[in-house]
Design a protein around this ligand. Structure first.
Ligand code: SAM
Length: 196
């Protein structure tokens, strides 16, 4: 077995053992340990949340004083005390639903959006970045000043522009690739702290 497959398996096995719905859960855990995007009591919005691994991790971190809401095109099985809606994040009307659930602005917006991949990297990269810009439009309406955000980025010709765009909106931004993310996948994470 190749090292990469072994690593993939290791996180899949761990997710199964610990009851998390995705390997990606470990990416969020790892990122949050270093950057504290989410804290106890945080109100968290998860855009592109299916099957729900990040929702589980967010709920675990934010605790009973926090509130977690997720949106995805696909159906997501219920998670106790987490609000899930099945909708398209390109539909800006979801903003009303978000604000009415939180009853105030959110402290953290996390996005792990992926388009249906075609296998053509330039096409998939462009589609993923475009989803991120749609997510930013929502973020701008619902994130508290000084709030934090996290965006997955398929790395490619438009990613530098996206990182620069986010840099203007936050006190601090950083790009990272968690250990739980497979080395050959051109997936990065944009960490954004302190919404201006
Ligand atoms: C990699 S998965 C997210 C995994 C999740 N973070 C977890 O840990 O379970 C990416 C998700 O983005 C969703 N997605 C893609 N385009 C979307 C859109 N326009 N609106 C809502 N969700 C979308 C997909 O349906 C998919 O479930």
């Amino acid at each position: 077995m190749k090292l990469i497959d072994a690593k993939k398996d290791q996180y899949r096995k761990l997710a199964h053992e610990q009851g998390f719905r995705s390997r990606s859960s470990y990416k969020l855990k790892e990122i949050n340990k270093s950057y504290r995007i989410i804290g106890p009591g945080s109100y968290v919005l998860d855009l592109g949340c299916s099957p729900g691994g990040w929702l589980q991790v967010s709920h675990q971190i934010s605790g009973n004083q926090g509130k977690v809401m997720g949106i995805d095109l696909s159906f997501v099985e219920e998670i106790p005390n987490v609000k899930i809606i099945q909708d398209n994040i390109e539909n800006i009307q979801v903003v009303d639903e978000i604000l009415s659930y939180f009853n105030r602005k959110a402290d953290s917006v996390i996005c792990d959006l992926s388009p249906q991949v075609s296998g053509n990297w330039s096409v998939d990269h462009a589609a993923q970045i475009s989803l991120n810009y749609s997510a930013v439009k929502i973020m701008e309406r619902v994130l508290n000043k000084k709030g934090n955000a996290l965006f997955k980025v398929f790395d490619g010709e438009f990613s530098a522009e996206f990182f620069d765009f986010m840099k203007q909106k936050f006190l601090k931004t950083k790009r990272t690739k968690p250990k739980a993310s497979r080395k050959p996948s051109s997936e990065l994470y944009c960490i954004c702290m302190g919404y201006l």
